[in-house]
Design a protein around this ligand. Sequence first.
Ligand code: PMP
Length: 296
Amino acid sequence: MSRIAYVNGRYVPLQDAAVHVEDRGYQFADGVYEVIALRGNRLVDAQGHYDRLWRSMGELQIEPPMTEAAMKLVVDQLIRRNRLPDALIYMQVTRGVAARDFKFPKSTNPGRESALVITVRPAKLDHTAQLRDGVKVVTTPDQRWKRRDIKSVALLPQVLAKQKAAEAGAFEAWMVDDDGFITEGSSSNAWILTRDKKLVTRQATNMILKGVTRTSLLRFAEEQGIAIEERAFTPEEAYEAVEAFVSSATTFLLPIVEIDGHVIGNGKPGSFGEKLRAAYMAYADGERGDDTRWVA
Ligand code: PMP
């Protein structure tokens, strides 16, 4: 069965899904996006992703192409048409098509010029091998701009970071700022559990993307009574951690067993991360009714 995408008002087979060469997303990376996991036909943490998409558009003065309610209907329609129980839903909004010129095009019809593409792709979301064995991480300089809080489609530094990780046989690259502190992963947030059992993840400022998964995990960690420190940490501190994790919409939470060749803990996924992931998966399974709001 062919996959169906949504492109500017139309449902089209993926192989025919295309945007104009003068789309500003293509020309200037002038656009924002979100990724939502669909697991067992249930969207995971969806409201948080919509909240952040609207905030990203707002920060860049991109007019929403439709209301949030309408976008949810399009996503529902795509889920129905693609019939994939486990998938990743990518939604991308750009400032639309205009003759090439850096400054914003004059809007005559606000919202109608913005371009919206939504795709659904199959995904394996049980992460069996990574949960059993853990994953490896390498560090690399953070080469990004200073508005990392906006989920922009300008991802070249992350592309290069992830490529470096892949070449090193690692799952993820943790990016390090000019002061020597880890910001986050190329497509995930970074966490450690210190020897004195404090859960540490970088504070959400313009220096990182405030993960939707991160927001929910912090809530569940708090419920579990763990001490939380939202602060920056160095690779050296991470090497000494008893546990470390990545979190994102596509991984939920995965245990790290090696950073830059340093073995974390006893080299096996730890029990704290397992418990925190279990809390998140219960939430993803709808075992708790509340959908976390994401607040910038
Ligand atoms: N940081 C970056 C740079 C990311 O690309 C992602 C993935 N969207 C995250 C963090 C994790 O965010 P979320 O939990 O909302 O997927």
